[in-house]
Design a protein around this ligand. Sequence first.
Ligand code: HEC
Length: 482
Amino acid sequence: MEQSGDFIVFLGRFHPLFLHLPIGFLVLAVTLELASRTDKYVSLKPAVGFTLLLGAVSALVAAILGLMLAQDGGYSEDLLSLHKWLGIALVIFSFGAWILYEQKERRQTAQLKKAYAGSLVLMMVFLGGAGHYGGSLTHGTTYLTQNMPNGLRKLVGLPVNEGPKLITNLNEAEVFGDIIHPILETRCNSCHNESKKKGELQMHTVAALMKGGENGDVFVPGEPANSTMIQRVHLPEADEEHMPPKGKTQLTPEQIMLLEWWIGEGAPFDKKVAEVAKAAEIDAILQTLADPDANKTEVEILLAEGTLPPDLEKMNALKSKGVMIKSLSNDSNWLQVTIDKNLPVADLLAELAADFSEQVTWLDLKETPLADADLAAVSNFKHLTRLRLEKTPITDEAMDHLKGLNYLEFLNIYGSKVGDSGIEKLAGLRNLRRLYAWESDVTIAGAKQLEEKMAQLEVNLGFEVQVLDSLTVQVLPVGQTE
Ligand code: HEC
């Protein structure tokens, strides 16, 4: 008995190969039918009946092979039964269409013609349905949509793919949910899911995984070596029982270590990484799962994201007027700009703001005869991260124009006329980390006050104020010795 069973499954495995014949023949038959209604292809008419017959016979063979394959088991009952009945309906309707075609050729009644046309339509519906559910059986129900571009996904109402999820806070991450489940999901679930349960094992939910497979539990909490899922991944790849089966994407040694770690620590489903013991080597692997962006500043993330390419022609026009304007680095669209002290700074700033407000991230206006009002143009550079205004005649009023520069990280007002009430206006700049205010009107008290409001900020008042002042007491008058 065992032998004949195997042989049936052997034949059944030709189903996925053979099923393309009825699809081809039946689609061709309908195409010929439609084409033969035009004057040009009217001569194709006699071919329709024969093509339909070929389609019907091949559909019958494919259906028989399909029933044999189903003996193999491991398919979702619901999907399988839908696919099976649609396939059987297809066989019936394709033979029906052929018979009606032959009848209609003999007796050209309006009724027969209608019935024939109707049978063709239904036949195509069953073909589409059987094909669709067949595809879902072998590839899973998300096969078609898995790689759908996000724009299209939104359009048809599917959740947007976010790509592999990186862990932002490792200690707070769920051991199972954030670390183990993603491994099973990408390496095992394609065969152990709701529609395909190879070895009677499903892994798509916690309950399913705990239920185990046809041979019972697949993991023993605390005993990785006695857990079949671990035993199987360690078998030589050529072994029939090796998981994932030969030819499929294999687990990496790190992924295997993580699975063993999880089972070794009692296979918890509700613990966080911080709550579970881990050897140094596990810790090192876990670190690689953490989001490298997690510790990046907002400004670093902005700069890494990039921006729109600047208009090269307009860039050259500005260069010809003497403005130093160039990319921040070879492969970036971010611009760094210096306007020399001898250039008409107000006009050039306005021109720059009109065309490069997206791209300018470093701006150097040092020593220019800048008026407070001229800085209104600077408020347009919303991606500005560094601004140099040292040795310009600007006053407190100028700071009003900087209030919206949310990415500003470095500001230099050394040697300007800006004072304490000026820098107070910068208190909302969440990314401001360095303020150089040496020889301006800013006092130590004013600087301290701002630093207290802004934890990330360091105000630099220069060597002179902070260090020399305290040194002078120790410096002896010239000529005097101890
Ligand atoms: C390409 C399909 C496929 C993939 C991917 C796959 N398996 Fe399997 N798995 C099978 C088949 C088929 C069986 C049943 C035949 C057998 O027992 O070897 C099975 C059986 C099992 C069993 C035995 C269940 C039982 O009770 O007998 C375990 C455990 C298992 N798989 C674990 C895994 C793990 C862990 C992964 C991921 C690392 C995985 N499988 C990935 C196809 C797959």
